[in-house]
Design a protein around this ligand. Structure first.
Ligand code: ZN
Length: 128
């Protein structure tokens, strides 16, 4: 364990301590600060929902998914053009339309299964 010298009182302090035990001065950990600054400068765009909207379009074959893709494509282009508010709104719209497409697809599949079961039961009862 290394020892640092407190800049205020000259006390020998462990390099792992965040405060000087003698005078209470906060001791800087220089290797932590620059990393945190870089992250805030390079802010990532909001969620685009592009993959989700493409998948729902492929598997559900619904026009709602295409609307989701249009909004998803708008998210990143608006974000890097500096229009953060438009990008955030497009992200919300992409999410809404992707979920609408997804639930429409699920409803269609469930209705199809119910229909098949009803027809299947009808055909089975006709045999007896
Ligand atoms: Zn001190």
């Amino acid at each position: 364990m290394a020892l640092n010298t407190c800049p205020d009182c000259g006390n020998q302090v462990s390099s792992e301590a965040t405060n000087c035990p003698n005078c209470g001065k906060p001791l800087n950990k220089p290797f932590e600060a620059p990393e945190a600054k870089q992250e805030s400068n390079n802010e990532p765009p909001p969620k685009t929902w592009l993959i989700e909207s493409i998948l729902t379009t492929i598997f559900c074959c619904l026009p709602f998914g295409i609307v989701g893709i249009i909004y998803a494509a708008k998210v990143e282009s608006s974000w890097y053009a500096g229009r953060k508010e438009i990008a955030l709104n497009a992200s919300k719209s992409a999410k809404t339309w992707t979920l609408v497409a997804l639930f429409s697809g699920i409803t269609a599949v469930v209705l199809y299964i119910i229909l098949v079961v009803i027809i299947g039961l009808g055909a089975a009862s006709m045999n007896y």
